[in-house]
Design a protein around this ligand. Structure first.
Ligand SMILES: NC(=O)c1ccc[n+]([C@@H]2O[C@H](COP(=O)([O-])OP(=O)(O)OC[C@H]3O[C@@H](n4cnc5c(N)ncnc54)[C@H](O)[C@@H]3O)[C@@H](O)[C@H]2O)c1
Length: 256
């Protein structure tokens, strides 16, 4: 039997938030399909251990510890990734500041609000613009995946988080519309309640999920991978892929 070659060999990807959780799981998914990676995270220790694990498996990956809430972060990420990788074919934007239950409408500070918006929306836009221009110039049929949230549509008691994820969803639609003619696709990947670093489940949440359990970062990442591979998603842009065990259909009616 002829073995299939990896779907992403010869292609290069930037992944933000790759030190942990869903971003890290996506790094392993893309690498296992042959992609070469440039990883970014604010946490140098987590980033380096992810790079070591990837190298141990024989994958090609480099990275940089960069705080994406800083004004020049997108330029820095783009320049370092371009220098390291040459052409850039894919972007995953998974980094997002910690979601603290204490940051409610009463208490969220201006600094916390700004950092959330900067990492999720402004950095997300600026990196997409830089890489999008590069893809158009080099005639690359690129793909991007931005991690949003069910809380783009339903409140979370964290107004800075939910509203920034709603903005990211519209950013994905804006860019998808602008870029479709160049063959560049961008989609949102929307996790439900995932047992990854950024989410601490409270109470009996798992029982409210129709599949009766939390999801894993791996389960989100393997769907995200399909958005990068034309074989599975060639005609998919400007939409969201929800990976939530049915959480978005939960309401107060128990199943019959
Ligand atoms: N886990 C869930 O249940 C869930 C649900 C909905 C949406 N999401 C989204 O999925 C994405 C990944 O979530 P996760 O649970 O894997 O989170 P996580 O906290 O495990 O990972 C996020 C990564 O981003 C990095 N990061 C945070 N602030 C940064 C900054 N200023 N600069 C650079 N890097 C920074 C962190 O160090 C971390 O490694 C996020 O965008 C999150 O909003 C997650």
């Amino acid at each position: 039997m002829k073995l299939k070659s990896p779907y992403l060999s010869g292609e290069n990807a930037i992944i933000t938030g790759a030190g942990n959780g869903i971003g890290k799981a996506l790094a392993f998914e893309l690498a296992s399909e042959g992609a070469t990676l440039f990883l970014v995270d604010i946490n140098a220790e987590h980033l380096n251990s992810c790079l070591t694990e990837l190298h141990t498996l024989g994958h090609q990956a480099q990275g940089a510890a960069i705080d994406l809430s800083k004004p020049d972060a997108a330029q820095q990420v783009y320049e370092q990734a371009h220098q390291t990788l040459g052409s850039i074919h894919m972007v995953v934007h998974s980094a997002s500041p910690p979601r603290r239950e204490t940051d409610t409408w009463r208490t969220v500070s201006s600094e916390v609000w700004d950092a959330m918006y900067h990492v999720n929306v402004k950095f997300g836009f600026e990196l997409a613009r830089l890489v999008g221009e590069h893809m158009i110039e080099e005639k690359i049929a690129g793909r991007m995946v931005y991690l949003t949230s069910l809380h783009a549509n339903t409140p979370r008691n964290l107004p800075h988080y939910a509203t920034s994820k709603a903005a990211m969803m519209m950013l994905v639609k804006e860019l998808a519309k602008a870029w479709a003619r160049y063959g560049i696709r961008i989609n949102a990947l929307t996790p439900g309640a995932i047992a990854a670093g950024g989410f601490k489940p409270a109470g009996d949440l798992a029982l409210k999920i129709p599949m009766q359990r939390l999801g894993t970062a791996q389960e989100v990442a393997s769907m995200g991978l399909t958005l990068m591979i034309d074989r599975y998603s060639r005609y998919v842009t400007g939409t969201e892929l929800v990976v939530d065990g049915g959480l978005n259909v939960f309401n107060w009616f128990d199943p019959a």
